[in-house]
Write a protein that binds this ligand. Sequence first.
Ligand code: ACO
Length: 317
Amino acid sequence: MKHSRIAGTGSYLPERILTNAELERTIDTTDEWIFSRTGIRERHIVAENEHTSDMAFEAAKKAIESASVDLQTIDLIVVATTTPDRIFPSTACLLQQKLGIVNCPAFDLQAVCSGFVYALATADNFIKAGAAKCVLVVGADAMSRITDWTDRSNCILWGDGAGAVILQATDEQGILSTHLHANGNYADMLTVPQGVSKQEGSKTILMEGNAVFKMAVNTLDAIVDDTLIANGLEKADIDWLVPHQANIRILQSTAKKLGMSMDRVVTTVDKHGNTSAASIPLALDVAVRDGRIKRGEIILMEAFGGGFTWGSVLMKY
Ligand code: ACO
């Protein structure tokens, strides 16, 4: 079994919806400004007593059910998150406990908005190396917890949620290639400066929005080219683009680069906002469940985020 393939998908969004109209009441903004600059109309926000592992659990249950796998066959759990419940143990261990399984390795992976692409690439490599056969890969984030809700240029972007997939070893082709990159020289352009060993600076997201926007567009253009060349494919071979949902204008730019009409781009940013590591698996699950994405189609997933980190996964669904 040399390949890995997504056997099932699942997702979860918290019940509470925060609309642009509500934000108009708390900060100096308008629905028109937010929608025209970002494509966002509303986002979901975790309840006070709800944590990242709770969202991950709900998404994971659905992915396990849709893949029709026995819980006990899961032999690795990888959770991509920037907003873990605790400093330790990892959200992956808390998720494992909630699922009621033991012994399989479980760890978190932090690559901010690129987290799911990093986690999927990691799981794919575990499977290709023969170290795992059935991996639960989750992207889950409660970005609302690290958002300054008085910063109008920033708080309008973020939302909370979780998405999950079951990645299985198979003989058929599934994931065709993965491409991961980072450049730590840009650490200060998009950051939550305060952490654990460094206890100074802001505890909420700081971002040079304009600069991040330009870097994201250029970098994603380049990684789309790299991915196509690595696979000997043409733009027209891609059936669906399932991008990280940061800003509709970034999505439109990547679609234009691929010569794709927006109806081949899975877009959830209007209803979810930017859910960081959760955004790609959430979008994938939406399009699989509503019947748009079908078995055998070629899917390109790509993301750009804090670090900077960026990456892509090309797969046959
Ligand atoms: N409502 C009304 N006016 C606002 C708001 C708001 N919510 N926020 C900012 N403004 C004002 C600014 O004060 C400024 O006013 P001024 O010209 O009088 O100074 C004006 O609008 C323009 O501000 P800009 O910051 O230049 O607006 P821009 O068009 O760049 O949009 C945005 C800002 C939406 C943050 C954009 O830069 C962006 O989306 N950047 C990408 C960032 C991103 O997605 N980061 C996520 C992580 S990385 C990733 O996932 C790609």
